[in-house]
Design a protein around this ligand. Structure first.
Ligand code: URA
Length: 232
């Protein structure tokens, strides 16, 4: 609770508030007993706060990926989710539709979430990427593109403050940990991002490309660990 409160205050400061708005004061009351579907009082403002982050991103031209994009892919899902997946960047389908993971890799991710973990993608998770615009030809995002976009990812994670973040693949893992992550070696291991538990796993596109029993089992094991921490 105190950590969440600190994050809200820092967030308000970042957004130029000099006083605590009325709505936020509600958050200071002691947490009520929560039911499964109840939104924690300290998270009531998350949709608005996330919208503020998206507004700040605006019609972004901070890096050259803006030149070739159709739509910015900010993120989708539940702003109060306990679980956030972070991918690499939009592909062709995502760029056309404006939503993350809606193509082939997206179908795989949805299958992992819904069939594998027994969760509902829209209600139980939030999904975003380290860069919000499509890298041409689906190349890896470059360092300067990642650094232009990273502040927005950090703000998304700061607002949502899930119980668990899952980094999908090497670029997402490396971006969140600030070092080059050998994903085949480190997948399945727990890390920490700003006090939030961080699990590293294979990107669903990698899984589709190397569709072996071993790789599928690996992701299954990683998601089992995530469910344990979520208490599911
Ligand atoms: N791959 C990603 O990393 N993100 C998407 O949104 C789609 C495919």
């Amino acid at each position: 609770m105190l950590q969440e409160l600190k994050n809200y205050l820092l967030f308000l400061k970042d957004y130029g508030y000099t006083e605590i708005p009325q709505q936020i004061e509600l958050n200071l009351s002691p947490p009520k007993k929560t039911s499964k579907t109840h939104t924690s009082p300290s998270k009531q403002n998350n949709p608005d706060l996330l919208q503020a982050v998206q507004d700040e991103l605006g019609d972004c031209t901070r890096c050259k990926l803006s030149e070739g994009r159709n739509k910015i892919v900010f993120g989708s899902g539940n702003p109060n989710a306990d679980l956030v997946f972070v991918g690499e960047g939009p592909g062709k389908d995502e760029d056309e539709q404006g939503f993350p993971f809606v193509g082939r890799a997206g179908k795989k991710l949805t299958e992992i979430i819904e069939k594998g973990m027994g969760l509902n993608r829209e209600q139980d998770t939030y999904i975003c990427n380290i860069v919000k615009c499509r890298p041409p030809g689906n190349r890896d995002p470059e360092a300067e593109e990642i650094s232009a976009c990273k502040p927005f990812l950090l703000k998304q994670l700061e607002v949502i403050r899930p119980k668990v973040i899952v980094a999908l693949g090497k670029p997402a893992s490396s971006t969140l940990l600030g070092r080059s992550v050998p994903i085949t070696k480190e997948r399945g291991t727990w890390h920490e991002f700003e006090g939030i538990k961080l699990m590293l796993t294979f990107h669903p596109a990698y899984l589709l490309r190397f569709y072996t029993v071993e790789n599928r089992k690996a992701v299954h094991e990683d998601m089992k660990k995530v469910l344990e921490v979520l208490g599911k």
